[in-house]
Ligand binder design. Structure first.
Ligand SMILES: Cc1cc2nc3c(=O)[nH]c(=O)nc-3n(C[C@H](O)[C@H](O)[C@H](O)COP(=O)(O)OP(=O)(O)OC[C@H]3O[C@@H](n4cnc5c(N)ncnc54)[C@H](O)[C@@H]3O)c2cc1C
Length: 385
């Protein structure tokens, strides 16, 4: 199997390394609780022996009821696992066209290179769809003022003290929101015509939607008690450990489009972050995706080449098997690192069926695995009930 990865020969705007499974934004793979869709997905992945999940647990950092990872160690583990697999040959090269021969799995993610994006557009006969997604800042741990930021997990979940919490009173919150709204944003040419991803809005866009939006969103104070004040704060900024050494903390839900100097100015208004030094600042980026319900079958096969299939038990996400057979490709059915890690985890998936020379079977609707049509099948899925 040949696995093509264009980094580091051709970098993306966001990735920083040449490793596989590099998390570009949040280091959280979200809840482990079975009562949530994220938890259910991970449970299914665990039962099926997901390598990605194994690596995540080996590099886990404290995050209450969520599974968060040391992003460096996590991608190192996945990269090492792929490197040690003798049946995979890694080719560091940009793929610019969809290969005509062989089984082809396209798992190029939202930052697909422009040449391949254009080729996929030609293949599907549709304009490539896109939206804007943003990245949250990461802070040097020893620049956080621990006399103000208190350790606690919401409702005492997980270790009970997994997050650092920067509390705000009403005045501090209102001043902060006013400066957030006044802050200068980085310009983006296509911004006027392109929507944000509603599941990951920039913090200033959330603030623009209403005075209390942040207090009921990423800055919600519920389940937290400020030990200094002896009561629940008016609002809270949560910081999540970003590496095992606890040297870095990421600002939870603080993805932003503010200019970098503005981020420093505005975020240093947060109690406990007055002296904050940033390991990484927020950014906003265009994400590409395909119109999966229109161009893919439920088996994740291309409609245009219906005998083809998609990611199988293969633990690599971008593979071109050397054994010639049929073509297949896929795109993300929904955004997010969690969902993206899933299709490769499930045997026997359409791609492994192709390798085995059998017919791909549709994704069972009773799993929480994302499919092109899972939105429409949601009400019929007991797993989501
Ligand atoms: C700015 C931004 C912020 C995000 N924030 C979050 C978040 O907070 N939480 C969350 O869950 N998800 C977030 N996402 C989404 C998440 O990153 C993706 O859904 C997930 O990484 C997709 O995984 P993937 O394996 O499909 O693609 P990727 O992890 O992107 O892997 C695709 C790989 O293909 C390579 N590639 C691209 N084009 C070519 C080519 N032509 N030839 C060869 N190789 C190529 C790329 O270099 C990359 O390594 C964010 C995405 C962006 C862009």
């Amino acid at each position: 199997m040949r696995l093509y990865e264009m980094r580091p020969v051709r970098p993306t705007e966001v990735h920083r390394t040449d490793r596989f499974a590099e998390l570009v934004c949040s280091n959280s793979l979200k809840s482990l609780e079975l009562s949530t869709p994220h938890g259910l997905l991970k449970e299914e992945m665990a039962h099926l022996g997901s390598l990605v999940l194994e690596c995540a647990f080996r590099t886990r950092v404290p995050a209450g009821g969520a599974l968060a990872v040391d992003r460096e160690r996590f991608s190192e583990e996945v990269t090492a696992a792929i490197a040690s697999e003798p049946r995979i040959t890694v080719v560091r090269e940009e793929v610019c066209e969809i290969p005509e021969d062989g089984v082809v799995v396209l798992a190029v993610g939202p930052l697909v290179s422009p040449a391949l994006a254009a080729a996929i557009g030609r293949f599907t006969g549709e304009d490539y769809l896109h939206f804007f997604d943003a990245i949250a800042p990461v802070i040097e741990a020893d620049t956080i003022d621990r006399s103000l930021a208190f350790p606690a997990s919401r409702y005492g979940k997980g270790g009970g003290e997994d997050y650092l919490n920067c509390p705000m009173n009403e005045d501090e919150y209102e001043r902060f929101v006013a400066e957030l709204l006044a802050g200068e944003k980085a310009p983006l040419h296509e911004m006027d015509r392109t929507p944000f991803f509603e599941g990951c809005l920039p913090i200033e866009e959330m603030a623009r939607r209403g005075k209390h939006t942040l207090r009921f969103g990423p800055m919600k104070p519920v389940g937290l008690l400020d030990p200094r004040a002896g009561r629940r704060p008016h609002a809270v900024v949560q910081l999540r450990q970003d590496n095992l050494a606890a040297e870095h903390y990421s600002m939870v839900g603080f993805q932003t489009q503010l200019r970098w100097p503005e981020q420093k100015r505005v975020f240093r208004m947060i109690p406990g972050l007055e002296q904050a030094e940033f390991v990484r600042l927020g950014q906003i980026h265009r994400n590409c995706y395909i119109n999966a319900p229109r161009v893919l079958l439920d088996t994740l096969q291309s409609r245009r080449r219906p005998r083809c299939s998609s990611p199988g038990r293969s633990r690599a996400s971008r593979v071109t098997p050397s054994r010639p057979r049929r073509d297949c490709w896929r795109g993300s059915t929904r955004p997010g690192s969690r969902a993206a890690s899933v299709p490769c985890a499930f045997p026997p998936t359409p791609c492994s069926a192709l390798f085995a020379g059998t017919s791909p079977a549709p994704t069972p609707r009773t799993t929480s695995r994302p499919t092109p049509h899972s939105e429409s099948s949601r009400s019929r899925s007991p797993a989501r009930a």
